[in-house]
Structure formats: structure tokens, C-alpha cells
Design a binder for this molecule. Structure first.
Ligand SMILES: Nc1ncnc2c1ncn2[C@@H]1O[C@H](COP(=O)(O)OP(=O)(O)OP(=O)(O)O)[C@@H](O)[C@H]1O
Ligand code: SF4
Ligand SMILES: [Mg+2]
Length: 332
């Protein structure tokens, strides 16, 4: 499989304003801490983890919507050498923005209420020079994208507020896909929708992915939704990637105690239960400003040992393509 993105030692720290007059050291929210992974062309990589663990930050940093604090993000969509997105200037990054798109959670606030659906969908293709203003081919292109995304022609001259949440999310998706991207970050893009609408949107995303050979980073706190779409899944805890594996392997044999706890909490409609005993995690999620020593999960981990309190575990391969950052997964 060809790599589309290769991320190494990515960190994203947000500086905190100084609270105390004599505070010497600047403080940071460590939203992403030393993340390394590859994303392959044509795959859907799911990303899960509790609120605040750094999923959205990671998605935005990949697209360089936030500058990364350190590390490299090689993008192979334009050539085999790879371009380090973290090193590009704004003007060098501009043409690549066409390739790298994002679909947000809230289709209510992310669509400009003063623009018609047609104008919203024409904006990206115009910005990226795919068409000139007034070119009749532009309207044809927009109508084709609308049709591909299940939007009817009459909607072209209407405004987003005239439509339901599901239709608005289709407009958001169409806006991202109108520039014919290669990589799309879907950030909780069905979370705000009714359950009955969610599956229609997931099916649309899946269909477009197959037709247009897209690659997705699919972020959601809902593991069942992520399972439905993803080829592989990454699990984040306190800014770190603690496990990454093919979807079936992750659900079938989770190697990290945090993943096991997340899976055990999935509600099930099966009267026999999921076959998993519910693992209740004690304590609160620690602050990403002062993460715990050693393994950041140790204060809540039911399997923590002395080593866990001092030595941070690195992400290592437990089975082909299955990585976990846990000392217990590699007994000494
Ligand atoms: N622009 C910002 N400035 C300062 N801190 C930020 C900023 N964006 C995110 N953070 C902090 O970084 C951490 C990670 O946030 P992020 O939004 O990436 O988490 P998330 O996993 O997407 O959470 P959720 O599931 O709630 O969307 C949090 O502690 C958050 O408060
Ligand atoms: S390294 Fe230790 S504390 Fe961390 S997840 Fe593994 S067993 Fe738990
Ligand atoms: Mg988020």
C-alpha cells in the first residue's frame, strides 16, 4: 500500500497565558504528544478517544490549519519524494489546500448563511483556479457534485438555513469534495445528526470514498460509527496515540487496557451483551498541562505496575500492523 501521509514525532502544544507573576516556566496544553504514524492511500483511518484527548487538534495540525510545534508531516500526494507540510510557507501550502480538506461537525455554523448553496459550492473551485468566474462549466461542475452528494438541482439557488441538518451536512460534504481532494478529515461529522440520518451520511461518505479514491481520517468519539467505516483505528489518550490496529484486530483483541475499557463501554442491543465485562475506569482524565509521569494512563489503569509510574511505554508492534504503547503488551 502506498503511503499518503507519514507523520513523525508530531507535537502540538498550545501556550497558556501566565497566571502567576513569578511563574518562570511557560505552561502548555500538550494536545498532541509525539505522534508517529502512516496514513495509506485509499484507507479510512478512524480516530477515537475521550473528549479533549487531542483528536481534532491532530486532524487540524495534519492539514496545517494549526502550525505544529515540532515533528514532520510528509505528504506524498504530489510526488514520491514527499513534501514536509510543516516546513512549507503559506504560499507554498496554498495549492496543496485543494488536496487536503475537512468536514466539520456542525453544519449549522460552518456554512455561510448569506451565500446560496451554489455559491458555497463554487467558492473552492474558484479559489483553486479550477474554473474562471462566469464559466458555464463551473455551474455544470457544481450541479454534478450536488448530484453526487444527493442534493437536488433546485437547491442550487436556496440558502443553507432552508434545509434540515442532514441536507446541510450533505452541503458541507459537497463543499469539501467540490475541489476533488485526496485526503479528507471528517471531524465528528455525523455526531450532531439524528441517528436515522447518520447512516445515510456515513453511506454517502463511503460511496464517495470508493468512487473518488479518497483517503479519510475519520474522527469520532462513537466507536460503533468508527467501526462501521474504518479500515484501521487509532486510539488516543491525553495527546498520545496509545494503540493503532486494523479494525477487526482492535475490536477482537485490544492490546492496550485503555482500548479495552473503551470497548467494554459500548452500549449493545444484544441481550447476551457484548461478551465483555464492563471495565470501569477510576479517576478523572488528568490535565494535558501536567500529564502524569511514566505511562500517562497509569493513575487510571487497572493493570498498572511500578514500571508504569516511571517509564513511558513506546508504541511497538504486538502483531503485524497492530501497535500498542503498554508495558504489559511486552512483558520483560
Ligand atoms: N485553540 C486552542 N487553544 C488552546 N487549547 C486548545 C485549543 N484547541 C484545543 N485545545 C486544547 O487541546 C486539548 C485537545 O483538544 P481537542 O479539541 O483536540 O480534543 P478532542 O479529542 O477533539 O475533543 P472532543 O472529543 O471534545 O472534540 C484540550 O485540552 C483542549 O482544551
Ligand atoms: S503501561 Fe502500565 S499503566 Fe500504561 S496502559 Fe500499560 S499496564 Fe497500564
Ligand atoms: Mg474534537
Amino acid at each position: 500500500m502506498k503511503k499518503l501521509l507519514s507523520i513523525r514525532n508530531l507535537k502540538k502544544y498550545f501556550p497558556l497565558a501566565k497566571k502567576r507573576l513569578f511563574q518562570k516556566e511557560p505552561l502548555y496544553v500538550r494536545a498532541n504528544e509525539d505522534i508517529s504514524l502512516d496514513i495509506f492511500e485509499g484507507e479510512t483511518l478512524g480516530l477515537v478517544g475521550e473528549s479533549g484527548c487531542g483528536k481534532s487538534t491532530f486532524g487540524r495540525v495534519l492539514l496545517q490549519l494549526y502550525p505544529q510545534t515540532s515533528g514532520s508531516t510528509l505528504y506524498f500526494g504530489r510526488d514520491d519524494e514527499g513534501l514536509d507540510l510543516a516546513k512549507l510557507s503559506r504560499s507554498e501550502m496554498r495549492p496543496l489546500r485543494r488536496d487536503l480538506q475537512i468536514i466539520f461537525q456542525d453544519p449549522y455554523s460552518s456554512l455561510n448563511p448569506r451565500m446560496t448553496v451554489g455559491q458555497i459550492l463554487a467558492e473552492g473551485p474558484l479559489t483553486h483556479g479550477m474554473f474562471r468566474r462566469g464559466d458555464p462549466m463551473l455551474k455544470e461542475h457544481v450541479l454534478r457534485v450536488m448530484e453526487e452528494c444527493g442534493l437536488q438541482e433546485f437547491m442550487h439557488s436556496r440558502y443553507p438555513h432552508q434545509f434540515s441538518g442532514g441536507q446541510r451536512q450533505r452541503i458541507s460534504i459537497a463543499r469539501s469534495l467540490a475541489v476533488r481532494p485526496k485526503f479528507v478529515v471528517c471531524d465528528e461529522c455525523v455526531s450532531a445528526l439524528d441517528v436515522s440520518i447518520q447512516s445515510q451520511i456515513l453511506n454517502l461518505l463511503q460511496e464517495r470514498k470508493e468512487k473518488e479514491k479518497l483517503t479519510y481520517l475519520f474522527i469520532s468519539h462513537n466507536l460503533s460509527v468508527v467501526r462501521y467505516l474504518s479500515d484501521r483505528i487509532g486510539v488516543m489518550y491525553l495527546g498520545r496515540m496509545v494503540e493503532i490496529a486494523p479494525t477487526d484486530a482492535l475490536f477482537g483483541s485490544p492490546a492496550h487496557p485503555y482500548t479495552a475499557a473503551l470497548l467494554s463501554a459500548i452500549p449493545t442491543t444484544d441481550p447476551e451483551g457484548s461478551g465483555r465485562e464492563r471495565i470501569l475506569l477510576g479517576g478523572n482524565i488528568p490535565s494535558p498541562v501536567h500529564p502524569p509521569s511514566g505511562c500517562a494512563f497509569h493513575p487510571r489503569c487497572p493493570q498498572a505496575c511500578d514500571r508504569c509510574r516511571t517509564a513511558p511505554p513506546s508504541l511497538r508492534e504486538v502483531a503485524p500492523g497492530h501497535f500498542a504503547a503498554c508495558h504489559r503488551a511486552f512483558p520483560e
